[in-house]
Ligand binder design. Sequence first.
Ligand SMILES: [Zn+2]
Length: 623
Amino acid sequence: MITQATSDNFTGPTWDNSQEYESIACGKFEKDLIKSREQIEHLRQAAQIAEALLTCVASLSEKSVEAIDIVSKAFSCNDTFETLALNLNTYINCILSLDGANKEARQMQGTLQNLFTEAAEAMQPVHQLLITADDNFLAHCLMRETIVPHQFAIKQRRWFKPHLLTLPEETLSTRLALNGPTAWGTLYTNISTSLQCKVETAQGIQTMGVARTAGLLKSEKRDERKAAYNAINSAWRTQQESCAAVLNSLSGWRLDLYKRRSNSRELHFLDTSLHAACIQRETLEAMMLAVNEAKDMGRKALQLRARALKIDKMGPWDLFAPPPSFNSQSQGETLQTFEDGIEAVRASFAEVDGEMGHFVAKMAKEKWIEASVGDRKRPGAYCTSFRKSRSPLVYMTYRGSQDEIGTLAHELGHAFHYWTMRDLHPVQTACPMTLAETASIFAETLVNDKLSERCKTPQEMLSTMWGDISNIDSLLLNIPARFAFEKELYEKRDSKIFNPTDLCELMRNSWETYYGDALSEMDDMFWASKLHFHMAGSTFYNFPYTFGYLFSLGIYAQSKLMGSQFYPSYTALLRDTGCMTAEDLAQKHLGVDIKNPHFWRASIAIARTKLALFENILRDCRL
Ligand SMILES: [Zn+2]
């Protein structure tokens, strides 16, 4: 460990993707692009026949061999197309992550997006055929080798059968959505990227974009955080009418469509997101019951964090505050080189099983990690993969902070998840958001615990545990408040149009329900500033976070109990995340019923233990 103010020595490595393609202009890239176009042509031919078959779906059994051949051909073309096009797409995204202005890459990104749309449109009648066909026909289809890996995905789609409209209605609604919800979503993103915040700083008022201003919410200086928070909310207030229009239109559009789709069976506004999350309503209710019982814990986490920061009460501007600095020269926190950081992750992974440790070493050796510092690099961190070689990739910016070691562990957790599934058909590796965070949060918890063991002073312990404790208030208060807000919006939207004042009031009430008196004031503009409420593609983009967090804590607890037996069950569980509901997965691999609040209470108890430990550390730090 070295204490250092300048972080140049702490930069991470850059990745090497030349194994995939030398450049966008290379022959291999060109060849894959041509082949992917050819696959779309083959797919279209099959899809045309499938569309014709839709008119006689009731008598499909008689034509079953021909029809099954067609469906099988379509799936095989689409699989080949996706392998090629997604490989190209990952390569392009990698370039754009390092330099968003790369013209050649942007051009190619547009070309690929068109190809994806064309393929999706072509597959539409094939999916429709499988959704509407009778069980007998379906059973025959599912026996075909090319379709077998798609079984779970097809069954998931079949759930939608009672809610399906006619093909022309479906096509019309997809087409109209482009200038409906999709346009509303785009409007919001356009506002958020062009919005300017006026931040009061010691040097006077500075004008900057929302993303940069939001970065200041992580400042060590409370004044700076508060100024950033006020600037962000003032900026959003100037756009509140537009944001309210986006929320009303997105929810109104969806509710209208749900009503149309409720002819033979009611489609509730939570149904599509529950289905996408691969969980049942009872599971969500059981989890929320346990979460609602544990409000005191999130509040306690906030009180303890306030004590550590030597402030009376946390304000909404303090939620992302970093741990207090104990460094006498106040040169910032103790930094670690990338080599030290990745070694900490490797050693923690290796404690679960040698294989997991080898995996981390392999990621570094193969240059599958991009962690350098660059002016043009996009912010954020993610894990992606090359479809052809099935190699995972991790993207982030590493400067040596504790927080970044956590991010590295998180993303390597995702990469390990992918690695355990790399021999499966790609469709079986696509898991819902609820389960996608299992391995990443598990890895983060693992590494944080390992780092705490290495701490020599209570001050170091406090910094190491800070992220874990912030997670408690964020996932047990903030996320549930978002869920409560959105739920009430949908419950009342049918008979009401919400103006900005209504939305502020609803948000304030939702926050008060969870935060109680643990915050000095509520963020009533959160409905406008939070992107997740304004996305055209998904609703209730909130509860899966809390689910992922608690589910993974439950698994972490198992790792302690099961000893050497744990690793094989863990990898078996991860391998099943793309082809099972969360309920089945938990029952099969952990022998637990997640529809029972007991499971969730047990996970919350782990967080409670952490909280008690943190309180002792504060005492040791004389805070
Ligand atoms: Zn993640």
